[in-house]
Design a protein around this ligand. Structure first.
Ligand code: NAI
Length: 463
């Protein structure tokens, strides 16, 4: 069986390895660098910069911890080099894995000729025709550029890719969009001294996350000197001698902000324009490829996974869907279930959630109880970040099963894994309570939140 995967990001390369493990002959077509957005210009470089930013922030409090070191500042070039080192190591690691798996990599841009044939345009302009028994589309996404006059001035307006490798740290920056990318890059640049202003169209930051916690995140970001304008829209951008004049409208009021750079992070759209989906007869909804829970498109031999579906654009979703598509392409019957998919925002402290938010449960009319535990009552968090953060667990009222978990605190993005597993196992309040959590750990706050839901928390008063 010959499986051709289009796109070598965390969706495509995982699909390719899984197909190879199932003894398929696998070809992976990638036009740029293996690892896709995630490894090259997304998750990994962002987290590498965030780590440097966090170290710098923490260094300001060294004396509180009895450490007497004079911090002279930072070297942006060195930070960029460290980031590139991590990226290169991961990319070459993935390349090695593909090699070991005997996956043929073709560098070029693929497009459909029909439902079992692809044409690949190589870098030198040559075309190669490839036939496949099964095809997995994993072409990812690209930043959306909104219709704002002046936004295409690439000297002053940048996307997330450019923002990850700026030559110097700008003194001032407007971030358009208070979603995940906007918040993470605002966190990075404000730590390195940029005066950041976030302009968000909706009334809240991170609209898909727990509302109570996003208010908390807002306070934390503001306390770090970030200005946040919600219910605000950029109406136009002018380049005045290299300075961006950003015109913003908010509830009928107009304001002009003058900054060095404007980061545009208002979401991403599917990257399928060059695929010629119609030649293979693949159904899509304005570029969002339609699939069922087996990742099958309407064409039986063609699968699609990850960002190019235009739904949940997360690397870990793409990877899981890649495994499922590969398994189904090779005769299995695997189903994608997004119930346990965590959302992770790498602020400082981190913010992570899995399952339902209170807002979603209210909308669905599902009855629930909540248990909350503030991290100032958690010893490990108190040691690590002065106890800034909170854990909230949401349980079904009737059966006490976990419906959602939301964590703001140190390493929340790691700790949420426990909650995802609890959701998968339909764990109840009682089961979380009867699970012994190590001490001192931040995970104790999860157990305490479950106890709080029963008004029997030990380390906070029960109201
Ligand atoms: P997003 O969809 O998360 O947020 C975009 C924000 O921009 C929204 O809050 C929206 O209301 C706002 N917006 C839209 N148009 C606007 C306008 N004209 N003016 C002001 N605000 C406007 O998109 P984002 O942050 O660009 O991220 C793209 C994708 O990448 C998302 O699907 C995200 O989940 C994913 N991602 C995930 C990360 C993670 O898991 N840690 C990190 C980075 C990206």
């Amino acid at each position: 069986m010959k499986v051709v995967v289009i796109g070598g990001g965390p969706g495509g390369y995982v699909a390719a390895i899984r197909a190879s493990l199932l003894n398929a002959e696998v070809v992976l077509i990638e036009k740029d660098s293996i690892g896709g957005t995630c490894l090259n210009v997304g998750c990994i470089p962002t987290k590498a910069l965030l780590h440097s930013a966090k170290l710098l922030e923490e260094s300001k409090n060294f004396s509180d911890y009895g450490i007497d070191i004079e911090i002279k500042g930072y070297k942006w070039k060195r930070i960029q080099e460290k980031k590139s080192l991590v990226v290169n190591q991961l990319v070459s690691g993935v390349r090695k894995l593909l090699e070991i798996s005997k996956i043929q990599i073709i560098k070029g841009e693929a497009s459909f000729v029909n439902d079992c044939t692809l044409e690949v345009k190589k870098e030198d302009g040559n075309l190669e025709t490839i036939k496949a028994d099964k095809i997995i589309i994993a072409t990812g996404s690209m930043p959306i550029v909104p219709q704002v006059p002046g936004i295409k001035d690439h000297d002053i307006c940048i996307d997330s890719t450019k923002a990850l490798s700026l030559e110097a740290v700008p003194k001032t920056m407007v971030v358009i969009g208070g979603g995940v990318i906007g918040i993470e890059l605002a966190t990075i640049y404000s730590s390195f001294g940029t005066k950041v202003i976030i302009v968000e169209a909706l009334s809240k930051l991170l609209p898909m996350m727990d509302g109570e916690f996003t208010d908390f995140i807002r306070q934390i970001l503001e306390s770090k000197g970030i200005t946040i304008m919600t219910e605000a829209k950029v109406t136009s951008i002018e380049n005045v001698n290299g300075i961006a004049k950003v015109n913003v409208e908010s509830n009928g009021n107009f304001k002009s902000l003058e900054v060095e750079k404007v980061l545009v992070s208002v979401g991403r759209r599917t990257n399928v324009d060059k695929l010629n989906l119609d030649k293979a007869g693949i159904l899509h909804d304005k570029g969002r490829i339609r699939v069922n829970e087996k990742m099958e498109t309407n064409i039986p031999s063609i699968y699609a996974i990850g960002d190019c579906l235009g739904k949940v654009m997360l690397a870990h979703v793409a990877s899981v869907q890649g495994e499922i598509a590969a398994e189904n392409a090779l005769g299995h019957n695997s189903i994608y279930d997004g119930k346990t998919c965590p959302s992770c925002v790498y602020t400082n402290p981190e913010f992570a959630g899995v399952g339902f938010t209170e807002e979603e449960l209210k909308e669905k009319g599902i009855l629930y109880t909540i248990g909350k535990f503030p991290l100032y009552s958690n010893s490990k968090s108190l040691i690590e970040n002065d106890g800034v953060g909170i854990v909230k667990l949401i349980f079904g009222e009737k059966y006490g099963e976990l419906l959602g978990a939301h964590i703001l605190g140190p390493r929340a993005t790691d700790i949420i894994g426990e909650c995802a597993l609890a959701l998968r196992l339909e764990a109840t309040k009682e089961e979380i309570i009867s699970t012994i959590h190590g001490h001192p750990t931040i995970t104790e706050a999860i157990r305490e939140a479950a106890l709080a839901a029963e008004k029997r928390a030990i380390h906070i008063p029960n109201k």
